[in-house]
Ligand binder design. Sequence first.
Ligand SMILES: Nc1nc2c(c(=O)[nH]1)N[C@H]1C(S)=C(S)[C@@H](COP(=O)(O)OP(=O)(O)OC[C@H]3O[C@@H](n4cnc5c(=O)[nH]c(N)nc54)[C@H](O)[C@@H]3O)O[C@H]1N2
Ligand SMILES: Nc1nc2c(c(=O)[nH]1)N[C@H]1C(S)=C(S)[C@@H](COP(=O)(O)OP(=O)(O)OC[C@H]3O[C@@H](n4cnc5c(=O)[nH]c(N)nc54)[C@H](O)[C@@H]3O)O[C@H]1N2
Ligand code: SF4
Ligand SMILES: [Mo]
Length: 730
Amino acid sequence: MSETRRSYCGLCHPRCGTLLHIENGKVVKVTGDPDHPINRGAICARGRLMPDHIYHPQRLNYPLKRTGERGQGGWQRVTWDQALDEVAEKLSSLKEKYGAETLTFTHGTKRTYHWDCRRFFNLFGSPNTCGVNTICMCPSYATEFATYGGMIMGSEVPASRCIVMWGCNASQSNPNILYPMIVQARKNGAKMIVIDPRRTREADKADLWLQIRPGTDLALMLGWIRLIIAEDLYDHEFVSNWTVGFEELKTEVASYTPEKVSEITSVPADLVVGSARMYAASRPAVIPFGLGLDKQGINATQCARGRAIIRAITGNLEVPGGEVFSLTGEVGKIRDAVYLEINDVLPESQRVKQLGADQYPFFGFPGWEKNSAANKKLPEGYMAAPEAWHSNLAHAREVMNAIITGKPYPVTAAITLANNPLLALPNTQQVFEALKALELYVVMDYYMTPSAALADYVFPASTTVEQPELWLTSGFCMACPQGIDPIYERRNSYDFYRGLGVRLGQEKYWPWKTVEEVYDHCLEPVGLTFKQLVEQYGVLGQRQYRRYEQLGFGTPSGKVELKSSIFEELGADPLPHYREPKWSPVGSPKLAEEYPLILITGSRFMPMYHSEQRQIEKARKKVPDPLVTIHPKTAEKLGLSTGDWAVISTPHGSIRQRVKLSDAIHPKMADLQHSWWFPEREPNLPELFGVFESNANLLCPDAPEFCSPEIGSWPHSALLCRIDKEQEAS
Ligand SMILES: Nc1nc2c(c(=O)[nH]1)N[C@H]1C(S)=C(S)[C@@H](COP(=O)(O)OP(=O)(O)OC[C@H]3O[C@@H](n4cnc5c(=O)[nH]c(N)nc54)[C@H](O)[C@@H]3O)O[C@H]1N2
Ligand SMILES: Nc1nc2c(c(=O)[nH]1)N[C@H]1C(S)=C(S)[C@@H](COP(=O)(O)OP(=O)(O)OC[C@H]3O[C@@H](n4cnc5c(=O)[nH]c(N)nc54)[C@H](O)[C@@H]3O)O[C@H]1N2
Ligand code: SF4
Ligand SMILES: [Mo]
């Protein structure tokens, strides 16, 4: 018997609507849902692999409890009840002994519900959730709240006259939503500027490509701002009515002449000038989020500020075809993640214990509280409030340190859900030491990963098609329907947290037995149930422009803060100024003699998603081995050819990857794939699925001098390395 059912894909962020083609109860094929208002039938190469993922023989299907030594692969199948009972009991006793702050959480990119995690942690009493948000989008999110009271979501791209792809490679990273919008805008005649050290597919098609030296983008931004002001290309009316700090900004950028910018960035001065003029003259214009800025460490936070300032002074905020904020109209009434997080239940006495918030208060409770207070001055539903999940975190390095040293207090238990910390976080060596030192480590995942292999309990996660989701984001709220019943004993994260919460005396706060009941509650204010929303796909926000003319911006001054008062109050630079990366040919010329290539890591490639799909045969056929890309001239000098295994080293460590040659990369650079491990290898220590062999994060540092001083964003890019031919084993 065959049938087709609606569902969605959660193998990356957009949650594309899909159709499951089912034969005899089994999903045999997945296609894009042509009636879905967001992806309109499109499906990418990864989404098509969904059936291979649902039924993969290596999927975790039952809860497991460790037997024997940690990391030695001894597991016993247990029931959900037993596993939850034992974890809850252990958490209770650790809390009693050390305080609730002894429990931490490591998160990855937003893959499943996340408000349930924050809700659980707030109720348990720990402020210490940490993870990759410190470098992924969230620096931009928090900073944009501080600058203009909300995050820009890029939905107006098709109507834009100029698109700046600044450290964003959408053809590989966002092939179903953003990239088609860019293609559409280009068809409509929009200009395109690409600022990327690599000649990406976008760069090939752009009007201008600026091959920037990694890590120097902020200098270019300051140069753009100077030129836009000096040549009178800014929006006078907007700047004088709706911004604060313009004169100080002008003074701050005065020295960033095209010549100086060119010297720092390696971009020819005429291109610095030409690109700034093209952007400022082609309104409306958009600069979508790009991880190339967030992952460059020391300048990352101020790059986000610089981009926000450029958008604002050119009058591109809240205009058709420009930069619009999230949530408007009916969508604003729906109870959202901030509502579900219930941050108010975490008392001040616990908030102050958040690890890393003394060094980076802007990204902890202090900054989040200030962003939230400014947001509350606006009418409810006008602008989504800042989620704690996105902008209020403990710092991962400090958490790992505390686990290892017991200082400033013992951190003894951790939960990891939808994250692979040994591959996602920098300084893998320290993460490994920390995970090994835990008294209790609990992981919930699809597969036995290198991180999961170190756990005491492993819980099996349901695939997105086996669970519903209310996807509330950037101006729309979509109901993502469950397509099939969960198979084996896989469950969703809500069931996991509720199961623990109820056992830990939180039952009053988990009144909804299923996640669908939670969503019914969220939708109550708009008079819909989740099932009804499924029928109509979702609620789309109404586009509204220049709302600030009535209400102002959700910042302390009610205006766009070119000079940020929140940053200033928290002891951070209120105006952006450029810092040379710690490892760079300019910042450390002596080191560059030994490590002569500029290293970037993690440029996205299809069909892989971070550390995932390595088990999926069809994906692995396309990309069987980890690849480091270098220029043919560089390879020649090093005596390397395509397909050779090379050793890539930084002062932090060495790994091996296969050489790929491309003239799209500068001869002084290397581009390393991230998140490589080998599910086919021995799972036990010391091999641990080969996680110490080709993992880019063994090379990435996380010490304070490499991190942005405002948020603590660590570098996965703008580093130095050397590459040698691997010696044959004798
Ligand atoms: N060197 C380097 N490192 C990087 C980056 C880089 O560019 N360079 N990029 C960084 C960035 S931006 C990010 S976001 C991180 C990503 O880091 P992660 O989010 O940790 O990356 P994934 O490999 O996708 O790991 C997710 C894990 O969760 C599991 N999983 C997926 N979906 C679900 C789910 O719904 N439920 C559960 N329970 N488990 C699930 C997967 O099987 C996988 O094991 O990596 C960061 N690390
Ligand atoms: N296929 C695939 N898609 C993904 C993911 C995945 O793992 N695989 N991960 C998802 C996640 S979590 C994220 S955050 C997004 C990220 O997606 P993108 O924002 O596209 O980020 P990246 O591909 O990491 O890097 C973008 C570009 O930045 C450039 N770059 C590196 N360093 C610098 C620099 O110093 N300055 C400038 N200007 N550019 C630089 C790189 O050359 C690259 O072309 O992708 C998402 N989509
Ligand atoms: S872009 Fe591809 S992998 Fe991501 S949600 Fe859509 S179909 Fe799935
Ligand atoms: Mo990310």
